[in-house]
Structure formats: C-alpha cells, structure tokens
Ligand binder design. Sequence first.
Ligand SMILES: [Ca+2]
Ligand SMILES: [Ca+2]
Ligand SMILES: [Ca+2]
Length: 256
Amino acid sequence: MSRWPYLLLLVVMAGLIGVVAVSRFGSSGSHTSFAQLVTPTETHTPGPTPNLTPSPTPGVLHASIDADPDNGSGPCNPIDTRGTGYIGLSYDVAICLESMPKELGAFSFLVNYDGGMSSCTDIACPTGDCLDDNPDANAGTTSFGPTNLGAGWDCNPVDLMEPTCHWSILNWNAAGISCWNLIGPYTTPVGDVAFPLAVINLNAIAQGTDHLTLASVLLTSTDAIDMGDIGSCNPVSSAEIPCYGAEIVLIAVGTI
Ligand SMILES: [Ca+2]
Ligand SMILES: [Ca+2]
Ligand SMILES: [Ca+2]
C-alpha cells in the first residue's frame, strides 16, 4: 500500500477543517444555522432540531452520534439521538459507523458543539499515536467493546494532528480526530454492525439543548487511491454518506 494517499489525507483534513471554519465565519446566524450549513439537506428534519432524527435505511452506510454511550451493550448499541448532561458534570458521546462496506484504513471527523453550553478538557499528546486522547479512539488502552478498531492505528499522523476537543474560532467549537493505519491488520467491522470510532467527553456548563452535528467526516479504505473513497459528509468530498447528529439536554443536577 502506498503511503502517499495518507500524506495527502493530512492536507485534505486541514482543508476540510478550514472549510468548516470559513463557513462559520461566513454565516450570520446561530449555532443552529451553522448546523444547517454543514449538514446535507437530505438528512434534515424540519423544525428547530435539524440533523437530529435518524431514520437510516437498513444496510446503508451512515455515520451518527450516540448521545448515550453507556446504555445497552456499549457505545453505538443502541445509537441514541437524545441524551442528558448535568451542569457541573461531564457527559460522553460516541461517534458511530454502521453498515460499512469494507475495512477502514483511515478516518477523520469533527463534532460541532455549542461552546456556551458545553466545554471540554483536552489531553495533551504532542507525540506518539494518541489513541487515548479526547476524542478517545476506540483503540489503545481505552477501547469500547469487542468491535474496537484493532491494532496499528495512529491518531496523531506524523505528530502533526493530535486529537483535539476544543477547536474554537469565534463561536465555532468542535472536537476532532484524524487516524490512519499504515500497517494493519485491518479488522474494523463490515456489514450490519454498528461500532464506535471514538468517544468524546464534554462538560455541561449551562442549561439548554446542545445540538451536536457531524462535520468533515472522511472514511478511507485500506486500498484507497482516493481520499474518502468509502464516504464523506459535511462537506462532501467523495461518495456522500448520511451523517446524523444528536442533542444533549443540559439540566441541573437533581432535575428529572
Ligand atoms: Ca447508546
Ligand atoms: Ca489532544
Ligand atoms: Ca482509546
């Protein structure tokens, strides 16, 4: 497998993050309007909570946010579109893939959140693979069940893009991660299985409903010639896949 596609991936990722940031500068409205801007129209739900209600077609690849990674049998099983956070405490969300057509060789994504309602504590990781940062990849010391990503992953490509939970420009806030696997083995689940790419830990700081959205999702296979050959969304840079957000209702401790 040639490595040049992955080096190009870095350039693409930097560009996608730039596109999202520039898009944010160019918008004039609220967080919701930004969510609408970076969300494919076909996944919108009319009303105040766009990109919220997933109704994925069985067997069709999609990416989504699990707003409650602790229920069921673990992150992404089941995938919940609505979760709860308690002011002064932290909450987790998982980023999930379901119905993958082939094994992953690289991936990246951003999760947009409202910096007025949520914050985060990043983990410094200037060198190394950064598999247990925030976002916390489903590999390394911390992984999330039998459908982990397997061995060989590096989430700090060439020590230049460690996972970061607080991308912040003006009132745009996002957590993001870019990972590749140059040596394998390539064991990510294929077919009718949902599994987490990573889990993000955020802090609930103010009451309200934080509408989390996915952006810059890029899924690349092990034998890719083109970046994102498996799929992408928000913006679409290759085959488009549905990407679904979630909402976190942030309330005071003791509130039912
Ligand atoms: Ca869940
Ligand atoms: Ca970090
Ligand atoms: Ca981990």
